[in-house]
Design a protein around this ligand. Structure first.
Ligand code: ATP
Ligand code: MG
Length: 492
């Protein structure tokens, strides 16, 4: 892109040195800089991009965007000083990639639990109706089935624009994005022009970062407030009517709210719910009337997720509720979220991703309607993350008949110390602490009896465990299948 055209998007700046005619790429990581790149020095949590300008120049950068003067050879390179490089990056990246989010319908989903589930459902509902959609979230980037793992649920500003640009180049009409509270607090979705944003629920998590529930809730609210005030645009907000934050988020946006829920009157409301071991049925009240719904997802929490996804897609497409309900019937479980293992065993095993107190409470409740014998729960938590939720997770876990407390990813923390924190919340003595996750899963299966339901919570289908900063291959599903096959003589 022409340099003058690109830089004209920044209103307040000082330019020093020799400006090249063209910019061929924008980078914030000096290792990724190529010939004729523009390098933006971002002050991050771990490092400051201002320390890497010389590496960027060495790798081919011709323009450096910084917040302070740097000793650059101005006869060969240009230095542009701005007040806030993070904001400048969002503006430049948008301009460079030709405002890609304006070329498609952009869906944002936020909330403590259910983001991956709801975003995946939205994508699948669109695809079942012949509309191509990309997905961005915890499981990485899924763009025309080209999937790339991502380190964070929400990508950085520059990566977002690069991905949106690729989605636009592929001519895809939709992108569905999972928006974490960390991403919102750090402005990682700056410059993404959302068309519809959806709220799942709010409960305790991430208080190591946000400190109070109020702060956490208001941070999530940024997504709704940032839809803006331009009422010539058709934007929508989809809110959970049964969550206490409904009224607050409703007040944060001038756009029309579409509500969904179970217990309160709502635009999309599920009633007459019946729970089965491998599916759920309910009646969906909607602006187009009542429809009988069958979904392969189980549990009340998934009724919320399913209804949220239908309301969201309905708000932005011409697809009728009747068609969406029909499409939903063909959508399988979401990987690693209350995923029942397909085994010919006298027990049922679910692999799940619950790692908050509310999610643990909800997954145990989801299997109660078809409990025959006991509910056995393996539940873990992670090191170097919100310590205050640990005893509350154990308290919620106590509803299960037998509990094994274990570790998801210890990171730099001592596993035994994590388990001691959790243990404080246990309400009965029918539990055991086993730091080694593989041993925990082996034991729960060994202790099982016909008719038992086992839930293995915390990691879903993740393929590794993290100790310190190392990733070790690990699969809850494989360990469970192997041990179950041995215990019950299955041929798999
Ligand atoms: N609507 C919901 N309410 C409460 N718990 C839920 C809900 N949906 C899912 N869960 C629980 O949370 C777990 C994680 O679900 P999901 O991956 O969809 O959430 P997420 O918000 O994407 O999580 P993360 O913040 O880790 O990305 C599920 O395995 C289930 O235990
Ligand atoms: Mg997620």
């Amino acid at each position: 892109m022409n340099t003058y055209e690109l830089l004209s998007s920044l209103k307040i700046k000082s330019i020093y040195g020799a400006l090249p005619e063209e910019v061929h790429s924008i980078e914030q990581d000096s290792r990724k800089v190529k010939k004729e790149s523009l390098f933006v020095c971002i002050r991050g949590f771990r490092s400051d991009g201002h320390s890497y300008y010389s590496q960027a120049i060495h790798n081919g950068a011709t323009i450096i965007i910084a917040e302070e003067k740097l000793p650059i050879d101005l006869t060969k390179f240009a230095l542009v000083i701005v007040k806030d490089t993070a904001k400048a990056l969002a503006i430049l990246a948008n301009k460079f990639y030709h405002y890609p989010s304006n070329k498609m319908t952009v869906y944002g989903v936020t909330g403590t639990n259910g983001k991956t589930t709801v975003t995946t459902l939205i994508k699948q509902l669109l695809e079942k109706n012949n509309q191509q959609a990309a997905l961005l979230g915890t499981n990485g980037i899924d763009l025309l089935n080209e999937s790339v793992e991502s380190d964070n649920t929400t990508c950085d500003v520059l990566t977002n624009q690069k991905i949106l640009h690729r989605v636009a180049e592929h001519g895809m009409g939709h992108i569905v994005m999972e928006i974490s509270s960390h991403g919102l607090a750090q402005g990682r979705q700056r410059g993404v022009n959302f068309d519809v944003v959806t709220f799942t629920n709010l409960s305790q998590d991430h208080l190591d970062y946000h400190k109070t529930m109020e702060q956490y809730g208001y941070t999530k609210g940024l997504l709704f407030a940032q839809l803006g005030n331009n009422l010539t645009e058709e934007k929508n907000v989809i809110l959970n009517r049964d969550d206490p934050w409904y009224e607050i988020y409703n007040g944060m946006t001038p756009f029309e709210v579409i509500s969904y829920g179970i217990y309160n009157e709502a635009d999309f409301r599920a009633t007459n719910i019946t729970y089965y071991e491998d599916h759920t049925c309910f009646t969906l009240g909607s602006p187009e009337g009542n429809f009988p719904v069958t979904t392969k997802l189980i549990g009340e929490f998934n009724v919320y997720n399913v209804v949220a996804a239908i309301a969201t897609v309905y708000s932005k497409t011409m697809i009728s509720v009747k068609t969406l309900v029909r499409s939903l019937a063909n959508i399988a479980h979401i990987n690693g979220r209350m995923q029942k293992l397909d085994l010919e065993a006298p027990i049922s095993i679910y692999i799940d991703y619950a790692h908050t107190p509310d999610a643990i409470e909800k997954v145990i409740a989801s299997v109660q309607p078809f409990k025959q014998n006991r509910i056995l729960l393996v539940v873990g938590t992670g090191g170097d993350r919100d310590e205050s939720k640990r005893p509350i997770m154990a308290e919620k876990a106590s509803v299960a008949d037998f509990v094994i407390l274990t570790i998801n990813d210890s990171r730099y923390e001592d596993s035994n110390a994590i388990l001691t924190d959790m243990e404080q919340g246990m309400k009965h003595n029918n539990y055991i602490c086993i730091p080694n996750r593989k041993a925990a899963i082996s034991l729960v299966i060994d202790k099982s009896e016909p008719g038992d339901i086992i839930i293995i919570a915390g990691k879903g289908l993740e393929k590794y465990q993290i100790t310190e900063d190392k990733k070790h291959p690990h699969s809850d599903k494989e360990i469970a299948i192997r041990n179950c096959s041995i215990k019950y003589n299955l041929s798999v």
